[in-house]
Design a protein around this ligand. Structure first.
Ligand SMILES: [Fe+2]
Length: 485
């Protein structure tokens, strides 16, 4: 293994840190590496060609006040596969916020757990005065790796192979000033388009838009909501975009006093179905049982219906873990087991307006990935994560056949934690599950990290190959697979 240390960030985090989401598997990395010929255990499949990218909440500095794991600065990890070989790199996402804090030698912004006025500077985000760390999501669109922030911010662009920074996306300049773009922009490989949304505490509270394959903004419309909401993800089919107004959002009274307290309201879940290039008057709303969904799995059209799959949260199905460290108490909402997230299906009939809904799977899971070639189209398979009780840590992989309900579950060894695990279709693959599932691990037993490669058909026997990384990496969440163009 020839690893090259590229640089090391100067952290100002506490020397003896005890934050549960900055220590152990969440301990951030300060070193950036290139590894041109990593050690491979087994054989990298010859029909696995493309780039696996993962974003990470990897703080260099503390937040002002109380730290939340989603405050962390962005760091990208990439593995580029070509003809049975691979290259690994990791780089910080040098956002405006991180650059300013590096210059100041410490934090300038308060995070999610504090009131915005505690920040020393204006900033970004629907809540305002947050640091846009661009640490939430990453996609590859038009040959560019684009990172984004869950509270809305700028889109930072990178070369997906070298991770060289390419600045901010120029197409966001024509959006509503100050709104930015939410995480979970959606790339449709079939058309080359990227769909997106943003949200704010100001009317109309949401917009939806389309960026074409040349990364030009070609469509942008308001989606009027009854008030400020907290949408996290969107979905699409061949002809429609699906936005949501779910009843988990900021308490209006608290908001009028400048506090951002998230509360569940006894209101229906509302879904907006809009033709992909539609106008505001084309939006059709459907209502379903109250609930919240962080991430959708996929959506598609079937006859008169639009079918939407996602992980519905139901605390009544959830299990709270006893005996956890006291420091974890404020982060219970991050525990998939406590909030009862499970795969669920909604069917919206465009002709009759009828809505039917129900669970797809009993086991709790989240962060589902599909073959990117079937995004927006009828599909069968998803590969999702199970989590360590009480924690925001991925401890297993769940393959679900939505057609038969058949599942496979692979549990990582105790002390080994994984990442959101994209499905990489095999070159010339025929069946939907012809391909591989990739994940970066954080192994607390051996103080090391690997990229594991699973056969997407059959995950239960464990990985078919693994690649050694130059250091134990901080766990992270959203990831992406982009095939060779
Ligand atoms: Fe997300």
């Amino acid at each position: 293994m020839k690893s090259t240390l590229i640089s090391e960030a100067k952290s100002t985090l506490p020397r003896h840190d005890d934050h549960p989401y900055r220590t152990g598997p969440w301990q951030p990395n300060m070193r950036e590496y290139d590894v041109i010929e990593p050690v491979v255990n087994g054989v990298i499949p010859a029909d696995l060609n493309g780039v696996y990218l993962r974003n990470t909440e990897n703080p260099v500095h503390d937040s002002l006040g109380r730290y939340h794991p989603f405050d962390g600065d962005g760091m990208l990890h990439s593995l580029c596969f070509e003809n049975g070989r691979c290259e690994y790199r990791n780089r910080f996402i040098l956002t405006e916020g991180l650059a300013a804090e590096n210059k100041a030698g410490g934090p300038l912004w308060a995070g999610l757990r504090e009131r915005p006025e505690k920040s020393l500077r204006d900033g970004w985000g629907a809540r305002t005065r947050l640091k846009d760390s661009s640490s939430t999501d990453v996609v590859v669109h038009g040959g560019i790796a684009a990172t984004s922030f869950y509270q809305c911010g700028d889109i930072y662009e990178h070369d997906p192979r070298t991770l060289q920074p390419l600045g901010k996306a120029s197409w966001t300049q024509d959006l509503t000033p100050g709104w930015g773009v939410s995480a979970h922009t959606k790339v449709d490989e079939a058309t080359g388009e990227m769909l997106f949304f943003n949200y704010s505490t100001e009317a109309p509270y949401m917009h939806y838009g389309v960026v074409d394959r040349h990364r030009a903004l070609v469509h942008y419309i308001p989606i009027a909501l009854p008030g400020p909401r907290l949408p996290h993800d969107m979905a699409f089919t061949d002809h429609y975009a699906i936005l949501n107004d779910l009843p988990l959002f900021w308490d209006a009274d608290a908001l009028s006093h400048g506090a951002y307290a998230v509360r569940f309201h006894r209101l229906p879940s509302r879904f907006a179905i809009v033709p992909r290039r539609g106008q505001p008057e084309d939006v059709v709303w459907f209502e379903a049982r109250p609930g919240y969904v962080l991430h959708w799995i996929n959506a598609y059209e079937s006859g008169d219906e639009v079918i939407l799959d996602g992980y519905r949260q139901d605390p009544a199905r959830g299990v709270k873990t006893k005996g956890l460290p006291a420091g974890l108490a404020p982060f219970e909402i991050l525990d998939i087991n406590a909030i009862g997230a499970h795969a669920y299906r909604w069917r919206f009939n465009l002709k009759t307006g009828a809505v039917t809904e129900g669970p797809l799977e009993e086991l709790l899971s989240e962060f589902g990935m599909i073959n990117p070639r079937v995004a927006g189209k009828p599909y069968r398979y998803s590969w999702a994560m199970t989590t360590k009780p009480g924690w925001f840590l991925f401890d297993g992989l769940l393959r679900l056949d939505a057609q038969t309900g058949k599942r496979q579950h692979y549990k990582f060894p105790e002390g080994v934690f994984a990442s959101e695990s994209p499905m990489a279709p095999a070159d010339n693959g025929i069946d939907e599950d012809d391909g591989y599932v990739l994940t970066f691990t954080t192994d607390m037993n051996s103080d090391s990290s690997q990229c594991l490669i699973f056969d997407a058909h059959d995950i239960e026997p464990g990985p078919i190959a693994s690649i050694e990384l130059p250091q134990r990496i901080c766990v992270g969440t959203h990831a992406y697979w982009a095939g060779m163009e």
